[in-house]
Design a protein around this ligand. Structure first.
Ligand code: PLP
Length: 377
């Protein structure tokens, strides 16, 4: 049976050029802090990757701090930007929510509407409540539903109140255009493994002139903003991945995703496509099969050769209710029956057909069983 991988928001396959760059950086090793030729070659690789990322997101190379991934980048922004008060979106990734949960100062969660987008009036009202210097954290695109937040409206409100804005662009980069300068935000997180780079490397981009306190003490790497010997193979692979990532690849993927959703709602009229009409990433679909628990669907589809996830799969193995769907006002009965399907560059119409067939087989089986149960009771 052919395996079909539709979990690209969890992680996506590294490109062959990326694997080659990682292998080359391991083969021709060197510490970028060493002054000899091997060290200088390593430093050159880090600089080249920094330039590539700066080009890809329209930032300055000196604004980039390489990290161990999106999680560390979010932690660094929230803890390092030095604001007392924190406001964060209700559908943020756990790497923001966990920092918010442990936050020592004044804080509040910003609600989202049924479309999954930040409620702008609520944000403005929260900002008006306090004169405390505030940091707002809102993601560009959601990992479970693909919903894209109205960042330019949020920037306007943030500026009116003198607040800083951190944006988690981990899922957006590579899938939709991401322009740090045009977004006009204070900091932004990105991660390599979501766009065909290696796992364990990412970056925080911090607007020039903003100071950021390092989370770890040690050497002076990354302009004293992130101590520790650089992950040279990871950074080299990241540079190649961002150079190759073109959001235009996703135009065809959006067509496949829309066909997938159309087919599902045609064969199962009671299925729900979450935030179907909202501005969304081109590859992501959150689908509810009423009455069938998310983890049951994940297991049944896996047996049918299809890899998908129950909501966010970032902390694998967890089968908790999705805070994203709950924040959107979706009741437990439906939120517990949602799966996330996320397509990638390599996804084909055959892959989509295999998914729809496997999904529908489960749907029919559970409907037949229900009818049977009702008949005997
Ligand atoms: N932010 C978002 C929106 C994500 O989807 C993820 C991972 O799925 C992260 C942050 C964490 O990134 P990383 O896996 O690089 O730590």
């Amino acid at each position: 049976m052919k395996r079909v991988y539709l979990d690209h928001n969890a992680t996506t396959q590294p490109r062959p050029e990326v694997i080659a760059a990682v292998a080359d950086a391991l083969t021709h090793h060197g510490n970028p802090s060493s002054v000899h030729a091997d060290g200088r070659r390593a430093k050159h690789r880090v600089d080249a990757a920094r330039q590539a990322l700066a080009r890809a997101v329209n930032a300055k190379p000196q604004e980039i701090i390489f990290t161990s991934g999106g999680t560390e980048a979010n932690n660094l922004a929230l803890k390092g930007l030095g604001r007392r008060r924190l406001l964060w979106g209700a559908t943020e990734h756990d790497s923001v929510r966990a920092v918010a949960a442990a936050w020592d100062g004044p804080k509040a969660e910003i609600p989202v509407g049924p479309d999954g987008r930040i409620v702008l009036d609520d944000l403005a009202a929260l900002l008006a409540q306090s004169d405390e210097p505030t940091l707002i954290a809102v993601m560009l695109a959601n990992n479970e539903t693909g919903v894209v937040h109205p960042i330019s409206d949020i920037v306007t409100i943030a500026k009116d109140h003198g607040a800083l804005l951190h944006v988690d662009a981990v899922q957006a980069l590579g899938k939709i255009p991401v322009d740090f300068r045009a977004l006009d935000i204070d900091s932004m997180s990105v991660s390599a493994h979501k766009l065909g780079g290696p796992p364990g490397v990412g970056a925080l981009i911090v607007r020039e002139g903003k100071t950021i306190a390092s989370l770890v003490s040690g050497g002076g790497q990354e302009m004293r903003r992130r101590a520790g010997t650089e992950n040279l193979p990871g950074i080299a692979g990241f540079g190649v991945a961002v150079d190759l990532a073109t959001p235009t690849d996703f135009t065809a993927i959006a067509v496949l995703r829309d066909q997938l959703e159309a087919k599902i709602t045609e064969v199962a009229p009671d299925a729900v496509i979450v935030a179907r009409d909202a501005d969304r990433l081109p590859n992501t679909s959150a689908i509810v099969m009423p009455g069938v628990a998310s983890h049951t669907q994940v297991m049944a589809l896996d047996l049918a050769g299809v890899a998908i996830s129950a909501g966010s799969a970032c902390s694998s193995g967890k089968v908790a209710q999705s805070h994203v769907l709950t924040a959107m006002g979706i009741g437990d009965d439906l939120a517990g029956c949602a799966i996330r399907v996320s397509l990638g560059r390599q996804t084909t119409a055959d892959d989509v057909a295999q998914f729809v067939a496997a999904w529908f087989a489960l749907y029919q089986k559970t409907r037949d069983q229900k009818i049977g149960t009702r008949a005997v009771s």
